[in-house]
Every structure is written in C-alpha cells, then in structure tokens.
Design a protein around this ligand. Sequence first.
Ligand SMILES: Nc1ncnc2c1ncn2[C@@H]1O[C@H](COP(=O)(O)OP(=O)(O)OP(=O)(O)O)[C@@H](O)[C@H]1O
Ligand SMILES: [Mg+2]
Length: 511
Amino acid sequence: MSENAVSNAAARPAPVPPPGMLPQEQLHALYEIAQVLNSITDIDRLLDRVMDIAIQTVDAERGFLVLSEDTDAAKLTVRTARNIAPEAAMSISDISHSIVQEVIDRQSGVLTVDAQADPRFAGSESVIFKQIRAVMSVPFVVRGKLLGAIYLDGKTRRAGFTDDSLAFLKAFSHLAAIAIENARLMGSLRDENYLLRSEVQRAYHFKEIMGNSPRMLQVFEMLTKIMNSDISVLLEGESGTGKELVARALHYSGPRRDKSFIAQFCGNLSETLLESELFGHKRGAFTGAISDKKGLLEVANGGTFFLDEVAEIPISIQSKLLRVLQDGEFRRVGDTETRKVDVRIISATNKSLAREVEKGVFREDLFYRLNVITIQIPALRDRTGDTPLLVQHFLNKHAAKSGQRVKKVTPEAMKILDGYHWPGNVRELENAIERAMVLAEDRDISPSELIIPRVAKPMGAAKTLKEYERELVLKTLEEMKGNKTHTAEALGVSLRWLHYKLAEWKIGVSA
Ligand SMILES: Nc1ncnc2c1ncn2[C@@H]1O[C@H](COP(=O)(O)OP(=O)(O)OP(=O)(O)O)[C@@H](O)[C@H]1O
Ligand SMILES: [Mg+2]
C-alpha cells in the first residue's frame, strides 16, 4: 500500500467497506502492526506488544493473553496481563476462564456488548463479573493450529467493542499468531543452536576427560558454563579423581589459553620454600638465596595459577595469597618492592576446605575468594558406568604410547574392575590397566593380570573370617566322622552353636 493511498483515504471520508471487509485505516494499521510484530523475535516482548496494541485499538480496560504450552497443547498459560492478576485471569471460577475456553474450543471469536444481559453468562456469581459490561476474545490460529487466545473487557459500555472491531481484532490476531509462531520457532532454534555449540565446545575442550555417569555429566555442565569466564574455581575431590586434569582443561578452554598454566604443589613444602616458590625472593633473603628469583606467580602472569593441595598452605602464606587475589599485589621474600600480577586462580584439595576453615587452619576470607565456584569431582566408585569407559580409554592410551595392539579385557576381568571400590580413583585404575597390559604380554587381560590390592577373592589370597569358620567346622566334622558332639568338643563350642551353624549353611549331617 502506498503512502498516497493512505493520505487520500484520510482526506476524504472513508468509503464504507462491504460487510466483512475492513476500512482503509484499519488495513493500514494492520500493515503497520504486521511490520512491528515481525521485527520482534523475543517472544515475551512480542506478547507485550500484542497485548498493548489490542488494548489500545479496542479501548479495553483489562486484558490478558494465554498460550498453549509447547509440551502440552491442552495446557494454557497466561503469558501477559493488564490490570488483572494472571492467577485470577484463568481461575476456573472466573467468567474470563469460561469465555477463553469457549473461544479455544470453537476456534472463533466472542463479542458481547452487554455481558450482564447476555444469556451465555447468566449465572456467573463472580463479583468482578458483576461490574463487567463489554467482553471480547479471539483465538490465535496459524495454519489451522491453535496457539492460544486474547481476552479483553471493560466495565462500561465501550466504543471499541463492535462487530467491526471484532473483525479487526480477528485480522490482528491472525498476524499476531504468525509472529508468535515465528518467535517460538526462533527461540527453539536459538536454544538448539546454543546447545549444539556448547556440545561442540565441550567435546573439543574437555575431550580428555572421560565420563558419562550422571555425576560427571553434572561436572561437564558446570565446566561448560564457566569455561569462558575468569572466576576462581575450587576443585574438591579425593586423590586421583582428575582435579588437575580438570584444572588444565579449564585453562585451555578459557580466555587465558594462550598464556601459561603453572601448577604449584602446596603440600609437604617448608614454609620458606613454598613462599619463595610462589612469590620469588631477593638475593640474600635467606640462606641459599644466592640471587634474585622470580616467583611462579610472576611466571604465570596473564595466565592461570593452579594451587594444588591448597588446604596445606600455612596461615602466614594464606594472607599473602589473599592480597594477590584481592589486589593482584605481592612482594618477593626479603624485598620491599610491591609487584603486580594478573593470574586466574584454580585451586584443588582432597579435603573439605570449609571444614578446614571451621577448624581454624584456613582463612575464611581466602576461602571465599578461592571458591567463587566449587566443583566436586566425584570418586570413581560414585561414577556409575564410567569404569568400562575409562578402561577402554587407558587401553587405547597406553597401547598408543607403547606401540602395542589394543588389548581386550575379558568379561570376568571387567567385572572385577567394575566391582572394585578404587580408593585411589582414576589414577589407581590407570595404573592397574598399565600394569595388566605388561603382565598380559600378548594375551588379553584376564583376572590373573589384575593386581588390585585389598581385593581378596580374585587373587585367591586372604579369606574372610566367616569363610575360615566354615572351612574349619567342616574339616573337623569330617575328622570326627560326622559326630557332632565330638566336633563341638574339639572346637570348644556348644552343640547348640554347631547345630545353628550347620542349619545356617544348610548342611545336614547324619549322626
Ligand atoms: N575423567 C578422566 N578421564 C581420563 N583420565 C582421567 C580422568 N580423571 C583422571 N584421569 C587420569 O588420572 C590421573 C590422575 O588424575 P589427576 O592427577 O588429575 O588427579 P588429582 O585429582 O589431581 O589427584 P591428586 O589429588 O592425587 O593430586 C591422570 O593421569 C589423569 O589423566
Ligand atoms: Mg593432583
């Protein structure tokens, strides 16, 4: 439609359109509305716009808009409302609910200019309804699919509630329905795209970290969320669970990936040595400090610093670290000059750092700086189904390293591996696999190649007390040729006890 047509239409009295057709101005308004609606891709903003335009054009007092849910088309949710509480809008007792339901069921509009006299609404006791005169509601339908409906009402007889405006509202709701459908589609494409992208990123950056168990999927989800950020992360988990592996993956997938990753083990070091490692020292600061030395924090400048076994850091060094985290400032041992560094801190511990704070051996303020995000790395025994995956991973990894063929693990051996409680976690499993590969020479890996400490059964070594008990009783019984009285005497137990045991083992002995 041209600008001319519009101004002409405005200048002369509008020709009366044939019944069922919209006048020029309304067509123009629809054209403009369509453009506005199609430019909004965010569904909530779009619904707000649709609501406002509808209220304005028919001069309504109250209104709301319902959409059916993606997952359940029969379920309607109030998505936006004006001068009416969303809960009240679709409460079963309210007339608005039954009107919208009628519109939805019949997929056609409803208009009433005198609701109190309308036989359709007779019997409605609601106080609010007693004040309502004009009601209008139309469905949102696109390509025969019902998306929802819009409801409008007013207390007085209202100029905008006419058959003409109903026709207008129908045309408008048709345009709105198309825009809503598009925005929904865009939204789901956006979500899908986001998911696919984070999947790809995850697959790329965390591909060294094996795991498919629910606990590990949680870890991956968290890692993916924080991978592009710079925040301090605390990794808590038992020894050998993969804390350092995760720390590296976070560094190499994050914004500092082009700078260095430096790890410092903080346990088992003297206070002076640790301090000098972290912050560096000035020549002569202590015996053996023969020249100025840069600390590792400086070396890591711009990159990531991994504080391994962070719970072991002595209190005096904790306060110096706090300063690094707060202001990026530190001093070399024996130096007066204050230096600046910019490092991202990832720390790890196999203790509960919160408990160390409670015990008074770890500074609370430092704890809060370190654990902006805490990730619990699960123990292998809590990672249901991950053992076979890790076994295969290590078979491939070590075969590649030693140029061997990739060995298989017999089902019996896999059962043992899967059933063991792995106190040393993934590291212990990896060692067991590497050792078994050597022991198996050119064979596949069977139970006899599995040297797993504390696992009694498969190795045929230690027995449980109960097993010894049973064996001893049966042997004595045999020696006594089945005589229970003699057997009990020889064992120093009561006859009653012996009967009880034999019953327990379901052994019948003829006297
Ligand atoms: N999910 C995993 N997928 C593949 N390899 C893993 C996984 N978790 C750990 N590993 C491997 O297990 C070994 C131990 O991991 P890592 O050194 O990261 O553990 P840690 O938690 O830092 O242990 P510690 O507390 O003893 O320092 C490494 O060789 C690592 O590559
Ligand atoms: Mg470690």
